[in-house]
Design a protein. Structure first.
Length: 248
């Protein structure tokens, strides 16, 4: 008689991570709360942020119950000049100043755009889904419109598609196409299916090309559309389902 399959264990997360997954605050903020003795787990004060939890556990902060939050995803049209972090030690403007809304739970950015980059930036309070969407093996396409300081020919476009090795990393693009050209510069559409730190800027710099503007216009089938710069909107259920399906 064949042995029965072992029961699958419910995954456990540390207390700080559980608070973050419930949409209460960031993981680093949760660690501070736990160490300060402000968090109860099943009616007991716990000071170790890595204390294992289960989905059914009761968690309170300052005596107030923290339930699992409704899944919330938003799309922000990020302007230049903002950094993708909750706090900046150098006092620079952060993207959280643009989504400061009391009706929103704690949301974490899905991937990043550097200070000089613009366009589509996603936030959500589902850390597992966010991790799948940004994982290299998911190969979710990200589309950028990039203004460059040259007039690229077909040979240069082919070299960009072929990619380079830079600091031990392979940098290539799924596709590179010329959108339009002026007298001294041009716009390219570059699609990546995995993102390294400053991927496009490093790829172009290796060919002596300077980036004048870099705008992310789509992630998977989700497009930035006509959302005004600095504005955000919630994703609907169909958009969330399409993104999570694309990430596997």
């Amino acid at each position: 008689r064949p042995a029965s399959a072992p029961a699958r264990e419910t995954p456990r997360h540390g207390l700080a991570r559980a608070l973050s997954r419930r949409g209460y605050c960031s993981r680093s903020q949760a660690e501070v709360l736990v160490r300060a003795g402000r968090v109860e787990l099943n009616e007991r004060v716990v000071r170790d942020p890595e204390t294992p939890t289960r989905p059914q556990d009761r968690i309170r902060v300052d005596g107030v119950a923290v339930a699992a939050a409704e899944a919330v995803w938003i799309l922000l049209n990020k302007p230049r000049g903002y950094v993708t972090t909750a706090r900046d030690e150098r006092g620079r403007d952060t993207v959280y100043a643009l989504i400061d809304d009391a009706a929103l739970p704690w949301l974490a950015p899905i991937g990043r755009l550097d200070k000089a980059s613009e366009g589509l930036l996603l936030f959500c309070n589902d850390s597992a889904a966010a991790a799948r969407l940004t994982a290299p093996e998911s190969h979710v396409a990200k589309t950028y419109h990039v203004q460059v300081d040259c007039l690229p020919d077909d040979a240069l476009l082919a070299r960009l598609r072929a990619g380079i090795e830079d600091r031990g990393e392979r940098l290539a693009a799924r596709s590179v196409a010329l959108l339009r050209r002026g007298e001294k510069n041009a716009w390219l559409e570059i699609v990546l299916d995995e993102g390294r730190n400053r991927h496009i800027r490093r790829l172009l710099d290796a060919h002596g090309i300077a980036v004048l503007r870099l705008i992310r216009v789509a992630i998977g089938g989700l497009a930035l559309g006509d959302l005004a710069k600095g504005q955000w909107r919630r994703l609907d259920a169909a958009e969330i389902a399409a993104l999570t399906a694309a990430a596997g």
